[in-house]
Design a protein. Structure first.
Length: 309
């Protein structure tokens, strides 16, 4: 005969002391206490699945990495410097070159949060010192210096560190007598550095002139997005300009332009495919073909120099 449990007026079980809890493990826990833990809910990594911005499809992260972060719909996802170097250099091997240190927060800028705190947060999130990373290796057998601008670091904004990084990459290319390839990705100049960030537009332009004096190719690959002062300086001064599919390229964003001219922009405006038709971009290159295309172009541009040597 099964007896119903008795409760006192205070809601506790009779025969138990106050504050003492009764353990309920069931017959399986009594036979094998460790079995219950084996069926406990396991934590699933939050980044195991990635959502495609175009279709909303959930993509298994290892599959997306194997596809070089290109979704089945063709969207070229934004990637960091390590992945970019791995996809660009032969055998995924390269020498990492240092970027020069610069004074931090020279203006003691505060916009609701100290600039130093923003830098610290960006460094912790990306593991990088700033937006620029430099690598040296071969692309289809052609020795090349590659500079990658990471949008994940404060929107890839152009500041003193980014300017010094570009100049260091150009100087390394000249010293080695090799081409310079730059992958751009930026939302514009870094406002926390004021006029000091705008000065980098002129400084990077002068560095490009040194490449031209040395008769070394300078190739720009514009990724999503390439806007602001970067577009107004070194992104538009290459010997050849490539664009990744669907990349947003321009000075001001479409929303700002529409508000200014009070007109609706045509479909695909400022996207790399649209800009090929207007002559601003030479060719749209799929990420899977980028290494082959860069190798062919660099070899062609270096043809005369190699014959002279």
């Amino acid at each position: 005969m099964v007896m119903a449990e008795k409760f006192d007026d205070k809601g506790g079980e009779r025969g138990t002391k106050a504050g003492e809890r009764r353990e309920r493990g069931g017959w399986l826990a009594k036979i094998a206490p460790g079995v219950r833990k084996a069926f406990a809910k396991r934590d699933t990594p939050e980044n195991l699945w990635v959502k495609c911005p175009d279709t909303g499809e959930m993509i298994y992260r290892p599959d997306l990495e194997a596809a070089q972060w290109v979704t089945p719909s063709g969207r070229h996802m934004r990637i960091g410097s390590e992945a970019r170097f791995r996809y660009t250099f032969d055998g995924a091997e390269w020498e990492k070159l240092p970027t020069p240190p610069v004074p931090e927060d020279p203006l003691k800028f505060f916009d609701g949060r100290p600039y130093r705190e923003r830098l610290a947060a960006a460094r912790k999130a990306t593991g990088a010192q700033d937006a620029m990373a430099i690598g040296y290796g071969t692309i289809k057998g052609v020795k090349t210096v590659v500079l990658v601008q990471d949008f994940a670091f404060m929107g890839g904004s152009l500041g003193m560190a980014a300017g010094e990084g570009f100049i260091a990459a150009a100087e390394a290319a000249v010293a080695r007598g090799v081409p310079l390839v730059v992958f751009t990705a930026a939302g514009g100049a870094r406002m926390q550095e004021g006029a000091l960030s705008l000065m980098q537009m002129a400084r990077t332009t002068l560095a490009i002139q040194e490449l031209k004096r040395a008769q070394l190719p300078y190739v720009v690959v514009m990724t999503d997005p390439t806007t602001g002062g970067v577009t107004a300086s070194y992104a538009m001064l290459g010997d050849v300009h490539f664009g990744e599919p669907g990349a947003l390229i321009g000075f001001a964003g479409p929303r700002v332009i529409e508000q200014t001219i009070r007109e609706k922009l045509p479909p695909g405006f400022q996207r790399s495919e649209y800009l090929v038709e207007k002559g601003m971009v030479d060719r749209v290159v799929h990420r899977h073909e980028m290494r082959d295309v860069l190798g062919a172009v660099l070899g062609m541009l270096l043809g005369g120099k190699r014959r002279a040597a």
